[in-house]
Every structure is written in structure tokens, then in C-alpha cells.
Write a protein that binds this ligand. Structure first.
Ligand code: GAR
Length: 208
């Protein structure tokens, strides 16, 4: 792909994955890419602070502040258009994207999830909830997944997964820590594959 990547990161939380992407760009691991804006539905999201301290445009856009979903979606689309965004990265964004945005950016939206999808994904499956469910189910391994986004929560063709073994005394907190390390490695890797045009979708099967 010759076109440079203009990335919008959507985040509701502390923003460690946003930071990992910024670091990968700054260290030269991710070439020809720029995070042009960060959008959050949470006013106090750490991700917005990270954006500001890196000179990246930061937007708080919450559905509660709009009288209907269309206006909320339009506010998001205006920002994406203004910054000529050509890749969206969901990094702990806890709201389902509207079909209109998914359609507009079809195959140009990635998500990171802290488990080995298709297991332990879906509505309500975020943060420690995911790790608690994994431990309670008696799984011996977990991990992280980067995938293309479709109209469902944590759903769409998988790009990269990396696994980790659970320790016998694993807690949701200790598992989260281990998996975040993996996330910070594989998310930039997935964006690199995308930037290099190495992700091709053929009948919904990803070729790398
Ligand atoms: C990450 O662990 C990400 O995988 C998860 O939210 C966290 C955000 O952390 N996403 C989901 O659970 C999506 N279903 P961060 O704000 O430090 O990047």
C-alpha cells in the first residue's frame, strides 16, 4: 500500500494500546503511519490525556450528548472525514460501532481483544470480566486477538492471535497483566501487516 495510514484510535479506557501504537510509530517499527485523532465516549479516559500529551487531536463524543444515534454517528463521521482517516483502531472502545461506520470503513477497522476469540468475546466481555470468565471456565491458555471488525461485538476475520499459559494461581489481574504485554506487541504488528498491504480478504478468509 503506498497510501500513508491516517489512523483514528477509539478508546474508552486508560489507553495503553494507543500508547503502544504511538511508540511503534515513534520508534520506526510502523512506517508511513500517523495517529491523527483519538475518539472516546468517556470524558475521563486516559487515552484522551495520552493523545493530548502527544499533540494528537482528542475528541470526547458520547451518545448521551446527542438526541439520537444518527446525530451521534454524524459527529464521529465528521471527525473521521476532517482528518481523512483511512484506518480505525478500536483499543478498548466499549461501544458497538454503528453499521453506517462499519460499512463506510469496511475492512479498515481493527479491534484488539484480550482473549482467544471466538471464545470469551461479545457484549460485556471487556477488561477483567474476560479474564474472570477464562479462569472460571478452567481454560489452561488464553491470549489476545486482533481482528477486522464487522457489525457484531468482538467479531470478524482474525488477523493475529498470541497465546499464554495460565499459572495454577492465576488471578484476573495477573492474567490481564500478562495479556496486555501481548496486546502491546501484536497490535502494532497487525497494523504493520495492514500498512504493508499484506492483509487480503478472500471470501472472508484472511491471507497474510
Ligand atoms: C484492552 O485489554 C483491550 O484488549 C480491551 O480493553 C483493554 C483496553 O486497555 N478490549 C476489549 O475488551 C474489547 N472487547 P487500554 O485502554 O489500556 O488499551
Amino acid at each position: 500500500m503506498n497510501e500513508g495510514l491516517k489512523i483514528a484510535v477509539f478508546a474508552s479506557g486508560k489507553g495503553s494500546n494507543l500508547q503502544a501504537i504511538i511508540d511503534a510509530i515513534e520508534s520506526g517499527k510502523l512506517l508511513n503511519s500517523e495517529v491523527v485523532c483519538v475518539i472516546s465516549n468517556k470524558k475521563d479516559a486516559g487515552a484522551l490525556e495520552i493523545a493530548k500529551s502527544n499533540g494528537i487531536s482528542a475528541y470526547y463524543i458520547a451518545s448521551e450528548n446527542y438526541s439520537n444515534r444518527d446525530d451521534f454517528d454524524s459527529a464521529i463521521i465528521d471527525v473521521l472525514n476532517f482528518h481523512s482517516v483511512n484506518l480505525i483502531l478500536l483499543a478498548g472502545y466499549l461501544k458497538l460501532l454503528s453499521p453506517i461506520i462499519v460499512q463506510k470503513y469496511r475492512n479498515r477497522i481493527l479491534n484488539i481483544h484480550p482473549a482467544l476469540l471466538p471464545k470469551f468475546g461479545g457484549k460485556g466481555m471487556y477488561g477483567l470480566n474476560v479474564h474472570r470468565a477464562v479462569i472460571e471456565s478452567g481454560e489452561k491458555i488464553s491470549g489476545a486477538t486482533v481482528h477486522l471488525v464487522d457489525e457484531e461485538y468482538d467479531h470478524g476475520p482474525i488477523i493475529i492471535q498470541e497465546s499464554v499459559e495460565l499459572d495454577p494461581d492465576e488471578t484476573p489481574e495477573s492474567l490481564q497483566k500478562k495479556i496486555q504485554k501481548i496486546e502491546h506487541k501484536i497490535y502494532p504488528e497487525a497494523v504493520k501487516l495492514f500498512a504493508e498491504g499484506k492483509i487480503k480478504i478472500q471470501n472472508e478468509i484472511i491471507m497474510k
